[in-house]
Design a protein around this ligand. Structure first.
Ligand SMILES: NC(=O)C1=CN([C@@H]2O[C@H](COP(=O)(O)OP(=O)(O)OC[C@H]3O[C@@H](n4cnc5c(N)ncnc54)[C@H](O)[C@@H]3O)[C@@H](O)[C@H]2O)C=CC1
Ligand SMILES: O=C(O)[C@@H]1CCC=N1
Length: 271
C-alpha cells in the first residue's frame, strides 16, 4: 500500500487498535502521529516509535491524512480549532459513531475529501471489520488509500448509502462486545461448575475461535446447518439450545442490535 503521513486525532482504544495493527503490518511508524491530551496515551504510542503530540492543529499541518478518533460527544469542540487549517488537499477519515459526513463537512468546511469508517477493535490483531462510506467527490485514489489502510488490519466493505452505517455499527463496530459478553458469561458459568478460570477461558476462547473458523471455511454452509451439525437429537446441545429458545435469545439479540442502531441514529442528531 501507499504510505502517507497520517495524524490521528485521539489516541484511545480504537486508534490504538488501528495504529498497533498498522505497525504490525509494517506501516512506517515515523509516518504516524498520534495526538492526545493524555500523556499516558501518548507514551503508549511513542514507545512504539510513532510521533506524538498534544497540539492537534500543529500536528495536522503537514499531514496528508487526518484520522478523527475522538468520542462523538466532543467531535465539534475538537474540530472547531482544526477548521482554521486548509483541508482541501487532505483526506479526512472519521471513525466516530453517529457523526455523518454532512456534519463533518459543516465542522470542517474546507474539507473536500471525507471518508467515514466504522471499524472495530479486532483491528489490533489484524482481524478487524470495517464499513467505509465516501462522499461522491472523493477521488478513487483516496478511496483506495482508505481501503488499503483498513484492509491492512482486517476486512472491509464499502457502503453505497451512508444510512447503512448504523447497521454496520450494530454488526461490527459494537459487535465484538456482544461476543465478549457471551464468552464472559460462559467462562463464569464454567467457573461456577468448579473449573479453574484459566481452563474455563481456554475452553471458551478455543471454541469461539474454532466456530468462527468453521464459518469462514464453509462459506456455502448456512450458519443454521453448522449449528445443527453439533446438535444431536435428544442430546446435550439440544438441551442447552432449548434454554436459549425458552429465553427468547434470538429476539433478545435482535432487540439489542436495534437498540444499537437507534442510539447511533440519536447520536447523529445530538452531536
Ligand atoms: N472502541 C471501539 O470499539 C470503537 C470506537 N469507535 C469510535 O472511535 C472513537 C474513539 O473511541 P474510543 O477509542 O473507544 O474512545 P477512547 O475514549 O478510548 O479514546 C478517545 C481518546 O481521545 C482523547 N481525546 C480527548 N480529547 C481530545 C482532544 N481534544 N484531542 C485529541 N484527543 C483527545 C482521549 O484522551 C482518548 O484517549 C469514537 O468516536 C467511537 O465512536 C468506532 C468503532 C469501534
Ligand atoms: O460504543 C460505541 O459507541 C463505539 C462505537 C462502536 C463501538 N464502540
Amino acid at each position: 500500500m501507499q504510505h502517507k503521513l497520517i495524524s490521528f486525532i485521539g489516541g484511545g482504544n480504537m486508534a490504538q487498535a488501528i495504529v498497533f495493527g498498522l505497525l504490525k503490518q509494517g506501516y512506517p511508524a515515523e509516518l504516524i502521529c498520534v495526538c492526545d491530551p493524555n500523556q499516558h496515551r501518548r507514551d503508549l504510542f511513542s514507545a512504539q516509535g510513532t510521533q506524538v503530540s498534544d497540539d492537534n492543529v500543529k500536528a495536522i499541518q503537514d499531514a496528508e491524512v487526518i484520522l478523527l478518533a475522538v468520542k462523538p460527544q466532543i467531535m465539534a469542540d475538537v474540530c472547531a480549532p482544526l477548521s482554521a487549517v486548509d483541508f482541501s488537499n487532505k483526506l479526512v477519515i472519521s471513525i466516530a459513531a453517529g457523526i455523518s459526513t454532512a456534519r463533518l463537512t459543516a465542522l470542517l468546511p474546507s474539507a473536500k475529501n471525507i471518508i467515514r469508517v466504522m471499524p472495530n477493535t479486532p483491528a489490533l490483531v489484524s482481524q478487524g471489520m470495517a464499513g467505509l462510506f465516501a462522499t461522491e467527490q472523493v477521488p478513487t485514489a483516496l478511496k483506495q488509500f482508505a481501503q488499503d489502510l483498513l484492509s491492512a488490519v482486517g476486512k472491509i466493505c464499502w457502503l453505497e448509502q451512508e444510512q447503512d452505517m448504523h447497521s454496520v455499527t450494530a454488526g461490527s463496530g459494537s459487535s465484538p462486545a456482544y461476543f465478549f459478553l457471551f464468552m464472559e458469561a460462559m467462562q463464569q458459568a464454567l467457573v461456577e461448575m468448579d473449573l479453574d478460570p484459566q481452563t474455563a477461558r481456554l475452553l471458551v476462547q478455543q471454541s469461539a475461535l474454532g466456530a468462527a473458523q468453521m464459518v469462514i471455511d464453509n462459506p456455502q454452509t448456512a450458519l443454521s446447518a453448522l449449528r445443527e451439525n453439533v446438535t444431536s437429537k435428544g442430546g446435550t446441545t439440544a438441551a442447552a439450545l432449548a434454554v436459549f429458545e425458552q429465553k427468547n435469545m434470538t429476539q433478545t439479540i435482535k432487540q439489542a442490535m436495534q437498540a444499537c442502531v437507534q442510539r447511533s441514529q440519536e447520536m447523529e442528531s445530538l452531536f
